[in-house]
Design a protein around this ligand. Structure first.
Ligand code: ARG
Length: 420
């Protein structure tokens, strides 16, 4: 990613100094007593989170195929209703102080009717009596589900509740695509282009022998999209791994690669069909900061001039080194006709490509960003994958915007390989 390098360097220096002063302050015998107080508070006040998995059948809602798409309005409305019911149930109960949240993890079909799986999260200091707590939660739910459940008709004989560990529970809680936990991220362009943790949870680093080579985008717990040209000289999956998390130096999860599928028609050094799919050897566990992006339908149209964001650990100038913090570039879609004008790319942009950036230059992806995501959020704040960083004439030059693989154009190809 290129842009505004000087400001960033100065800022880094300042933060560093503040922390140095602070460790002076904590030095000497002060340190022991401060740590003591912290330990005391952590032990006394900390609440351990724990989770339940519940499922039940809805008798008045016929199953619709849209329930399989977590970004569909059908799914969102149903989740909203279930959440409201759960919130009401627990907020009016003895467990109101321990109840944290609920989330519809899955909506599935059972004899034409609709079955839902919901994860409930609680926090409590009294973690020594788990069985009793579970019984209480079950009683509260059963009582509610056999009584007034508003617009949802629930078959209470289908109701099940079981314990679920933190990791699989968080995995279910974070399964939805294109959503991020963080409230309002610093989407201001001034002051540098560093991302914050959790801002782009689908971004992965594709590494060859543990060295960052390309970006990649998580589209399910075991499939990622990237660029075909990342594998020109290295097709052996064994050389490759994928890391997750916004700092290159401290990955949250790491996976080896089982299989690489390069588009059959990609031919180096051409730029057409610059798309590849990576299959992980073992699925990632979704967590707050590791989630998938939503894939747009084939006929979805991202209009020219709409706002998009490209992210990556690519170099900050042509021939520069990789930053540690994930960078973002906020830009606009440029229509193919404009991008094909003589002074721009003079007819090289084909239907499977899309341009983004600014004709005046400056903000652009760069070496090392390749394969990474260009995303756009819809009016509800759900993020969709628009493009894959592919090529460009150097970085950030006027009339030479970034060129991306157009995801909608390859939507059916993606399904044919992954089933997604
Ligand atoms: N092809 C380059 C890579 O392998 C980056 C392409 C993006 N260039 C650009 N100016 N947008 O990382």
């Amino acid at each position: 990613m290129v842009e505004q390098k000087k400001d960033r360097a100065r800022h880094k220096h300042e933060t560093h100094q503040i922390w140095e002063n602070r460790s002076d302050y904590l030095g000497g015998h002060n340190r022991g007593s401060i740590i003591g107080v912290i330990v005391y508070f952590v032990v006394l006040v900390s609440k351990t989170p724990f989770y339940y998995h519940i499922s039940f059948k809805l008798t008045n809602i016929d199953y619709k195929s849209d329930f399989g798409k977590p970004y569909s309005q059908e799914y969102i409305n149903l989740n909203e209703k279930i959440m409201t019911l759960m919130n009401k149930t627990f907020q009016a109960s003895k467990l109101r102080r321990q109840y944290v949240l609920s989330h519809t993890a899955k909506v599935r079909e059972s004899n034409g009717k609709t079955m839902v799986d919901v994860v409930l999260k609680f926090k409590s200091c009294y973690n020594n009596n788990a069985a009793k707590f579970r019984d209480r939660a079950r009683d509260i739910l059963l009582q509610k589900l056999t009584g007034d459940t508003g617009s949802l008709c629930i078959d209470s004989s289908s109701f099940k509740l079981s314990d679920i560990d933190m990791e699989p529970a968080e995995n279910l809680l974070n399964m939805c695509c294109g959503r991020r936990k963080m409230k309002s991220p610093g989407n201001k362009v001034t002051g540098g282009l560093d991302s914050v943790e959790g801002e782009w949870p689908w971004q992965a680093s594709l590494q060859q022998n543990n060295i960052h080579r390309c970006g990649a985008t998580l589209i399910s717990n075991n499939w990622l999209l990237t660029a075909a040209h990342c594998f020109v000289n290295a097709k052996d999956p064994q050389e490759w791994s994928v890391t997750f998390g916004f700092l290159l130096s401290e990955p949250k999860q790491k996976r080896s690669v089982k299989n690489i599928i390069v588009h059959e028609k990609y031919e180096y050094p051409g730029h057409d069909h610059d798309i590849a799919i990576i299959n992980l050897s073992k699925p990632v566990l979704y967590e707050t900061n590791i989630r998938k992006v939503c894939l747009p339908e084939e006929n979805y149209n991202f209009p020219p001039d709409s706002d998009v964001v490209v992210t990556g650990w690519g170099s900050l100038k042509s021939d520069g080194s990789s930053p540690n913090i994930l960078q973002k570039g906020i830009m606009k879609i440029i229509d193919n006709a404009t991008c094909n004008e003589k002074e721009v790319y003079d007819g090289s942009i084909t239907n499977g490509m899309l341009c983004a950036g600014f004709l005046k230059g400056r903000i652009d992806a760069c070496q090392g960003d390749s394969g990474g995501p260009l995303v756009s959020s819809d009016s509800r704040g759900i993020w969709f994958l628009v493009g894959i960083v592919s090529w460009g004439d150097e970085c950030g030059l006027p009339n030479k915007p970034g060129v991306y693989t157009r995801v909608t154009y390859y939507r059916n190809w993606i399904t044919s390989k992954t089933g997604i």
